[in-house]
Design a protein around this ligand. Sequence first.
Ligand SMILES: Nc1ncnc2c1ncn2[C@@H]1O[C@H](COP(=O)(O)OP(=O)(O)OP(=O)(O)O)[C@@H](O)[C@H]1O
Ligand SMILES: [Mg+2]
Length: 256
Amino acid sequence: MSPQPPQLQVRDLRVQVGERTVLHSVSLDAVPGSLSVLMGANGSGKSTLGMALAGHPHYQVLGGQALLAGQDLLAMAAHERARAGLFVSFQSPPDIPGVKNNLFIRTALNAVQEAREQPALDAFDFLQRAKQAAQGLGLPEALLARPVNEGFSGGERKRNELLQLALLQPRVALLDEIDSGMDVDGVRAVVALVQKLRAAGTAFIVVSHYLQMIEQLEPDAVLRLDQGCIAETGDLELARSIARTGFARAPQALEA
Ligand SMILES: Nc1ncnc2c1ncn2[C@@H]1O[C@H](COP(=O)(O)OP(=O)(O)OP(=O)(O)O)[C@@H](O)[C@H]1O
Ligand SMILES: [Mg+2]
């Protein structure tokens, strides 16, 4: 069997935020069903990578390439990237006052359904599906009827990101510290959902500092971001060594 082509291919991505070039040359691949953990010190640019791929206007791409299922991701508007199957969760999910959570997620899901040439879900069918998914994630159903994230606790916001992931079933998902602020059941829900979607072909890039979850995710690769580049690629041993010795003592930093 020939190897599967990558769902996401990033080459020499260079990204500026404010006055600073945060990413100098980032390259990575994500094949269907794979999971790469992205680690790096605070401020090393992990969220910048997610935001730049998602098309956030504050993150200026200065160079490089990104292909999603062979399409030029960087040429697309942010909503087209989502329709094409990219999902990026927020490290700090924002409120959207005045927009009901269920309408927000249904609109997103139906846009993706249309792009996949699948029928739209009406309010009733969507609500049934959303309630079932919310229950599986330990998210109170009542939060579906509230404005997006407004008054949600930290962990509820993260579970709401997971709900979107569960319903949208993207080709590629970048999860940015999805575990932070989550209780032990929340972290279990992350692992279970990620493994389920991975088995169905979603390619994951998971940003996390939490070794216990990283181990449970059984990653194919662990990447360390430093100085705007993927400075090191390894397996779980790399995550364990970072947990033991910290980023400052990682090999690349010792040479500097
Ligand atoms: N709007 C902005 N203006 C200037 N600098 C910014 C802006 N947004 C982000 N940065 C800087 O870009 C750098 C990378 O930030 P980023 O959020 O990508 O780091 P991170 O690796 O995700 O860190 P953490 O582990 O703390 O989440 C940081 O030094 C940050 O201060
Ligand atoms: Mg971050």
